[in-house]
Design a protein around this ligand. Structure first.
Ligand code: ADP
Ligand code: MG
Length: 399
């Protein structure tokens, strides 16, 4: 599929100034970058353009400075980390537009890489002010967006610039969009979705969208308790949003009408305290949860049945762990189902796409992230995509 423009459509870039919107919102501790995954994701795009003779200008936000300069949020702080990943020198420019930026950009030679200051130092960024976007565009020829993680926001450098300059998806954006299209846009059927995590309230829109899209909706995690409660199960002291049982019922009815099978756990791991390997740990049927117990994971029988469901499916989209995976042994169901999905993906019978902060952590914990067809590290943008929403930064790249 190629509904959007990519670097394959960009033509000759030699000598041209190419703005590349990237995700440089890197985690820092005591002034040091602790993880460069996001830089690595965009390195192929940056190097491809530089090697084709473009004058590459990196464009990104960093933290939440709310429209004013803060030295603690200057992108100059990540310059060294970016240079290290790229293996190239990067010239830092302490502006995004205006004469100082123009002069600095004027010194760049073909193949050079520059980095503009944190776009959120200016209020025009988050307001998507066209004048702000025009001022940035004045010093450039082409715009490339390689930051899927910021594509759910209609900001000047994620959306506005694409309306002014010829706009293309970078390689990382392209890979993300192709994977998502395979998973929900135009998937091989049957499709299964796993939705887990803490609360129904944070994923209502996701659940509502998926019941109309997939054949199997597997609900786990704390949110399964709300669905169980809706079915009249006494969930004891489990995390449960009792005020949302009506909504859970509606979702199950919609699913029924759409021919989507909703899978809830029928056995569970429970405990009286939220601790690793608690003495009170036991596995029981969902109808046997004590008034003083909490459901903390899907049980082994249910997990095995869920694995059998996945074996009949061709596509899987996964957001949210099945249990409180941070503490043993409540990682068991998530790890087991993730390994089944990984094995099916390796065999080529399943296209598996997963995303979400804790989900990625859980897949890494299970040691299977590399076996999934695609793992998205874009938190908010991935969830909005799972809600079926159009992402403004992506819409702007459509042919
Ligand atoms: P993601 O970041 O992948 O979108 P969430 O943030 O929605 O996932 O959910 C992850 C959290 O849900 C984890 O902290 C996990 O401990 C919690 N969780 C999962 N199952 C339960 C449960 N049964 N009871 C309490 N918390 C749970
Ligand atoms: Mg989370």
């Amino acid at each position: 599929m190629s509904g959007f423009r990519t670097l394959d459509d960009i033509g000759d870039v030699s000598g041209k100034v190419v703005l590349v919107r990237v995700d440089l919102n890197l985690p820092m501790q005591e002034g040091h970058v602790t993880d460069t995954t996001r830089v690595k994701a965009s390195a192929p795009t940056i190097l491809e353009l530089a090697d084709a003779g473009a004058k590459v200008l990196l464009l990104a936000h960093f933290g939440r400075p709310k429209g004013a300069r803060h030295s603690t949020m200057s992108l100059s702080l990540v310059q060294g980390a970016v240079e290290h990943v790229l293996g190239r020198e990067v010239m830092f420019i302490p502006e995004v537009s205006g004469p100082v930026a123009a002069q600095a950009i004027g010194i760049l030679r073909p193949g050079d890489i520059g980095m503009l200051e944190n776009t959120r130092f200016w209020p025009g960024e988050e307001k998507n002010d066209p004048e702000f976007a025009k001022a940035i565009a004045a010093n450039a020829d082409i715009y490339v967006n390689d930051a899927f993680s910021a594509a759910h926001r209609a900001h000047a450098t994620t959306e506005g610039l694409a309306r002014i300059l010829p706009a293309y998806a970078g390689r990382s954006m392209q890979a993300e969009l192709e994977a998502l299209e395979k998973a929900l846009g135009n998937p091989r059927k049957p499709v299964a979705a796993v939705v887990g995590g803490a609360k129904v309230s944070t994923k209502l829109a996701v659940l509502k969208h998926l019941v109309g899209k997939v054949g199997h909706l597997i609900i786990g995690g704390g949110m399964a308790n709300t669905f169980l409660a809706a079915r009249g199960v006494a969930v004891g002291k489990s995390l449960c949003e009792h005020e949302l049982t009506g909504t859970a019922e509606e979702i199950m009815e919609t699913a029924d009408k759409a021919g989507c099978t909703v899978h809830l756990p029928y056995d569970v791991a429970v405990a009286r305290e939220f601790a690793a390997n608690p003495a009170s740990l036991r596995i029981c049927n969902v109808h046997e949860v004590g008034a003083d117990e909490m459901i903390l994971d899907v049980g082994p029988q249910a997990v095995e049945a869920l694995g059998d469901v996945l074996k009949t499916c061709r596509t899987l989209v996964w957001n949210g762990p099945l249990g409180a995976f941070e503490i043993e042994p409540f990682d068991a169901a998530t790890v087991a189902l993730a390994r089944t999905a990984a094995a099916l993906s390796r065999e080529g019978s399943l296209v598996s796409v997963a995303g979400g902060g804790d989900t990625v952590a859980a897949l890494n914990h299970a040691g299977v992230a590399a076996d999934f067809t695609y793992v998205s590290t874009a938190g908010g943008a991935f969830l909005e995509w799972m809600e079926g929403r159009e992402l403004p930064g992506v819409v702007a790249l459509v042919k």
